[in-house]
Design a protein around this ligand. Structure first.
Ligand code: ADP
Length: 354
């Protein structure tokens, strides 16, 4: 692990022995050394991505209070703190912090590990595997029955063609399902803010529209995006395009032919909302809470027809949360729906500190 040395403010960083810095850089977790006045004088690179440190300061009042207690009592403290991943949404880093007094110059050492995150990933994966097994059984069962049917009708070419065509569509369904499962597990396991890129929102929207154009043309649905925006967000470009793609594809799939899907953006308090509005079948209030669950579909038969896997919105929700954002829905049955992907706008450091 590379140690990022930061000369933030007084006292002079040289008060920290090189040996200690060496040791910290070898540890698995991240760390901060805090001088009196709660001024962080050293941080490891991962600290910023965890959201504890911004604009030269420790952001968690809970952590600052613990640092003060440790300095006063000279006793170490261990605890858990939750740090929001962004200014909106429910995504959070669940961190274990160990705060220790350093004998020298009243410094305090904060060791941070993301163990709770590892536990959460483990729990999610266990439930996910149970769901997947159930979902895979249907197309696999169908394939097995269809192959028996093909064998049973080998002297009847018409039936063979019929069963083989159905086998093809079940095989496609299986492929789509496996692909979506891979996408979702990647999104759940990754931390897009760790290796974040700066990406233009307009670029993301245009890419996602391009990917859905054939599906839109097939159903004579016009997808419009008439604006332009210079907003930049920080994160994983492919994941963000995938989230928008899923929302646009749903807007197309759950709308009658010859309708419109429109995409607009608005900015408020450094958060950009990308709204995808359709004139489709809508979603009842009761179902609106459930559609973000993995494999949940309002009408499984329709979703099956459109090649839906029931994982699309779950992917969108995870991508949003991992980027410190959220997804909001407005919908009225038989009128249409608006899904808004809301993301914190990236402001270069100079602007954000002013
Ligand atoms: P699917 O692969 O079935 O589309 P999603 O997770 O993307 O799965 O969506 C879950 C369910 O939410 C869909 O099956 C559908 O019932 C409903 N849904 C999603 N988007 C829309 C929309 N724009 N209009 C109406 N219903 C929608």
């Amino acid at each position: 692990m590379k140690f990022l040395r930061r000369d933030l403010e007084e006292p002079n960083p040289r008060v920290v022995p090189e040996m200690l810095l060496e040791t910290l850089s070898q540890l698995d977790g991240d760390s901060i050394i805090v001088a009196p006045g709660e001024v962080p004088i050293f941080i490891t690179p991962g600290i910023e991505a965890l959201g504890i440190f911004k604009d030269g300061k420790i952001q968690s009042s809970e952590l600052l209070a613990t640092v003060r207690v440790v300095r006063r009592t000279n006793n170490q403290q261990v605890g858990k703190i939750d740090i929001p991943r962004g200014p909106i949404g429910e995504g959070k880093h669940e961190l274990t912090v160990k705060v220790l007094p350093l004998t020298k110059d009243d410094l305090v050492l904060v060791l941070v590990t993301d163990e709770s995150e590892a536990q959460r990933v483990h729990d999610v994966r266990r439930d996910f595997v149970a769901n997947i097994s159930h979902e895979l059984k249907t197309p696999i069962g169908a394939l097995s029955l269809l192959s028996e049917a093909v064998l049973g009708s080998k002297d009847d070419p018409e039936s063979v063609v019929k069963f083989a065509t159905r086998m093809q569509s079940e095989a496609k369904r299986l492929t789509d399902l496996v692909q979506e499962i891979i996408h979702l597990s990647r999104v759940q396991d990754s931390d897009p803010l760790q290796l974040a890129q700066e990406v233009g929102v307009e670029y993301l929207i245009r890419e996602a529209i391009d990917e859905c154009q054939i599906a839109a043309d097939n159903r004579t649905i016009t997808v419009t995006y008439a604006e332009s925006t210079s907003s930049i967000v920080l994160g994983d470009r492919d994941q963000l395009i995938m989230a928008l793609h899923n929302l646009i594809e749903n807007a197309i799939n759950y709308s009658p032919e010859n309708t419109k899907v429109s995409i607009t953006t608005s900015v408020e308090n450094n958060v950009i909302s990308i709204a995808i509005t359709d004139q489709g079948i809508g979603i009842s209030d009761a179902e609106q809470d459930r559609i973000f669950e993995r494999f949940y579909r309002v009408d499984p038969a329709r979703s099956r027809q459109t090649g839906g896997t029931g994982l699309g919105l779950s992917i969108v929700k995870h991508v949003a949360a991992k980027h410190g954002g959220e997804v909001k829905i407005w919908s009225v049955e038989n009128v249409g729906s608006t899904f808004s992907l809301r993301l914190p706008i990236y402001l270069p450091p100079m602007e954000s500190t002013e």
